[in-house]
Ligand binder design. Structure first.
Ligand code: COS
Length: 357
């Protein structure tokens, strides 16, 4: 497999790096103070970052998944919060509608998401179901020409800030996906979680109280929601792995600049190995090939690497510059979009099916 970036991918990476260093960096203090960076998202939109993988016919840049991953990677080197805003918006907020939406849904939502006029989010986790996603309890009861949703979601990234939500609920035929606009009656936004890291990224609970959705808000077939969630999490996990890689690389560069000693060699090996796994998974996704195993491997490895590297970095350079932010931002990459234990389960399932490459 050729892991060299093409000219287009390199240009996207260079533009994203330029944007991260010259525009996003200025928003870091505001984000660290706990503010969601609406103005930064607006600038990301103006620079075409919010629709990188969306086909041109729906107003996107029509680029491949690898190009998009370079953008998450570069942004995360400067701001892991900006990286996850982009990753969630693209891989799990927009991609399911592109992949499973009707032409009507795509025309209604994708141009708004691709232009960045709207921000996307994804709601699977609930107060009583995280890793065991298939036991979710939010209900979708059919009532004439509508579904009525009741339940709640937890730890929704971009929650409250997003305009459009992909929501999973249990209907008669099983787990079913829906697209829901903020402001729909019965759609209630909870308060922001106070987190150790990613202070610029919003994480909220959502509650649905007799939230009535017309049939046309159902995404994909009734009962196919779990597959929709899982197939999009494959892409989402590569995004989070790229975020972890970005933080790891930033911490490594910072340690190198400050001469953090002999551990630099181990850090360099981990960053390089994470890079290879992330870009390998991204290449498979871009080629439309199955990538669940590789996505989980990339996320498992890159998240572990970033936690180790940022920990070593803070051991050596405690109290200096951004080391403590890198350390705080790193941990959640081992948790969201599937914990490390979940990644091991996914990899083991592939091995058991004899799908090891
Ligand atoms: N792409 C498409 N379909 C997939 C898939 C994927 N990557 N992974 C599983 N599926 C499908 C399977 O093909 C199966 O479909 P059929 O019923 O039609 O055969 C169905 O989903 C169930 O698959 P499986 O039996 O493997 O699922 P499990 O219930 O054993 O659950 C885990 C698997 C634990 C891996 C899953 O629940 C999971 O990933 N949990 C973590 C969820 C998560 O990441 N949460 C973070 C929240 S994101 S905010």
């Amino acid at each position: 497999m050729n892991l060299e970036l093409t000219d287009v991918q390199q240009r996207t990476r260079d533009a994203a790096r330029h944007f991260a260093e010259n525009i996003a960096a200025a928003f870091v203090p505001q984000m660290e103070a706990g503010e969601f960076p609406y103005a930064l998202v607006q600038k990301m939109a103006e620079h075409g970052l919010m629709g990188l993988t969306v086909p041109k016919e729906y107003g996107g840049a029509g680029l491949d998944f690898v190009s998009y991953i370079t953008a998450v990677h570069e942004l995360s080197k400067v701001s892991a919060a900006a990286g996850v805003i982009l990753s969630v918006h693209t891989s799990v907020g927009t991609a399911p509608i592109l992949a499973f939406g009707t032409e009507e849904q795509k025309n209604a939502y994708i141009p708004k998401l691709a232009s960045g006029k709207w921000l996307g989010a994804f709601c699977l986790t609930e107060p009583s179901s995280g890793s065991d996603a298939s036991s979710l309890k939010t209900t979708a009861r059919r009532d004439g020409d509508a579904y009525v949703l009741n339940g709640s979601k937890l730890f929704v990234t971009n929650g409250g800030a997003a305009d459009l939500y992909v929501i999973f609920a249990r209907s008669e035929a099983g787990i079913t996906a829906f697209v829901v606009e903020k402001g729909t009656p019965g759609f209630l936004i909870g308060k922001d979680e106070k987190k150790m890291g990613l202070h610029g990224s919003k994480t909220t609970a959502l509650t649905f109280e007799d939230m009535r959705l017309p049939l046309q808000n159902r995404l994909g077939e009734e009962g196919r929601g779990f597959q929709i969630a899982m197939s999009n999490l494959d892409g989402g996990r590569i995004g989070i792995a790229a975020q972890a890689l970005g933080i790891a690389e930033a911490a490594f560069e910072y340690a190198k600049k400050n001469d953090a000693g002999i551990e630099l060699a181990d850090m360099a090996v981990s960053v390089e190995a994470a890079r290879l796994l992330v870009y390998r998974a991204a290449c498979l996704r871009a080629a439309g090939q199955a990538c669940g195993r590789e996505a989980s491997m990339a996320k498992l490895f890159a998240s572990k690497a970033v936690v180790t590297i940022t920990s070593q970095c803070i051991n050596q350079l405690a109290g200096n510059g951004p080391a403590e932010r890198f350390f705080r931002d790193a941990k959640v990459t081992e948790i969201y979009e599937g914990t490390s234990e979940i990644q091991r389960i996914v990899i083991s399932k592939h091995l058991a099916k004899g799908m090891g490459r």
